[in-house]
Write a protein that binds this ligand. Structure first.
Ligand code: HEC
Length: 317
């Protein structure tokens, strides 16, 4: 009796309807379809900011990755790594998980993003994401060598994809003290990001973006990363939010007010979930700048990279 039952189970397990055939190599077409479905699920969950569904999309990506890590030119490896990036970046959504759990997540993410970098050696974004992971780990492990590795990776990202990567340096360097060289680097890179996007030099005493908005019609090639788009619905709004915050910390609240104001030029501004949050920061810009200058570091307002919406600020639809 027992044996027959087992045989039936085995037969069911080997049925041709099972997409994962343990006996042979995966069918490439079937695998690509699975990969496409996983990517669609990722886009859906990310744009809906459904952080709690990360395990679900991760399982879908991992099921493909385990059959062939190079599928879709490394797109799956990249997205799988990014699920760890998103999870660890917005970790404070569920702080009960603790620091060690976060470190383990960072290590996993590094593993997949390292594989993605092998598979996509000209994709500057992968260098940046791996760089952010290393920066996260450098904070947890208090390891400056890792921080330097992070910066070196992002520098390579800048070579490949400056429109995207300057912002990432500004992210990683933003947490240093306002009077440090590293923080000055964050400020320099955020200005450079604007400059590469307008292919010129913005007035650093008056960064009003109105006169550049017409460039939005030219999103060819890597310029796409300069604007909000279907891929990143509120990219530029998130950019100005971040830049405004940095200028506040840099004790330039008037310039920050202009930077925040620029977000309102976007046609997508009215549907942006984080508009109110940004406007509060805009209203409090002078007060917040003073908080960075007083001796109490505990009252420093959190910058965008210290929030639980540091990814969804640009990606939530
Ligand atoms: C300032 C806005 C901004 C923030 C904040 C931001 N991103 Fe992005 N993200 C972008 C841009 C711009 C691109 C598109 C680059 C391109 O065109 O290839 C992008 C691309 C992506 C993609 C690739 C999308 C795809 O389908 O190919 C993923 C995944 C992603 N970001 C994840 C994240 C995560 C995780 C975070 C938080 C750590 C984050 N992003 C924070 C602007 C942002």
């Amino acid at each position: 009796m027992k044996l027959r039952f087992l045989m039936v189970l085995l037969l069911v397990g080997c049925g041709s309807s099972d997409p994962v055939d343990p006996q042979g190599p995966p069918d490439p077409q079937e695998l690509e379809k699975q990969a496409d479905d996983a990517r669609i699920l990722f886009d859906e969950i990310f744009k809906a900011a459904e952080y709690e569904r990360i395990p679900e999309v991760r399982a879908a990506l991992k099921a493909v990755y385990d059959q062939d890590s190079s599928v879709n030119d490394g797109d799956v490896a990249m997205l799988l790594g990014v699920t760890y990036l998103w999870n660890t970046a917005e970790w404070e959504r569920d702080p009960s998980r603790g620091t060690e759990a976060r470190r383990q997540e960072v290590l996993k993410g590094e593993e997949y993003l390292t594989r993605a970098k092998e598979l996509r050696p000209t994709d500057g974004r992968v260098y940046c994401w791996l760089g952010i992971m290393k920066a996260f780990r450098s904070q947890v492990e208090l390891n400056l060598a890792l921080y330097q590795e992070s910066i070196d990776l992002i520098d390579q990202g800048i070579e490949l994809f400056p429109q995207f990567s300057h912002l990432v340096v500004a992210f990683v360097k933003s947490g240093w003290a306002a009077n440090s060289t590293e923080f000055a680097g964050a400020i320099e890179h955020i200005w450079k990001n604007v400059d590469v996007c307008i292919e010129g030099a913005i007035d650093r005493q008056n960064p009003d973006f109105t006169q550049y908005m017409h460039l939005m019609s030219n999103t060819g090639g890597q310029r796409r990363a300069c604007w909000s788009s279907d891929l990143v619905p509120h990219n530029l709004e998130g950019f100005w939010f971040h830049m405004g915050d940095l200028l506040v910390k840099n004790n330039q609240p008037d310039l920050a007010v202009t930077a925040y104001e620029n977000a309102k030029l976007l046609p997508t501004y009215s549907t942006w979930t984080y508009a109110e949050e940004m406007e509060t920061r805009q209203t409090n810009a002078h007060e917040n700048a003073a908080k960075y200058r007083d001796s109490d570091t505990k009252n420093d307002p959190p910058l965008l990279p210290q929030t639980t919406f540091q990814c969804t600020v640009c990606h939530q639809k």
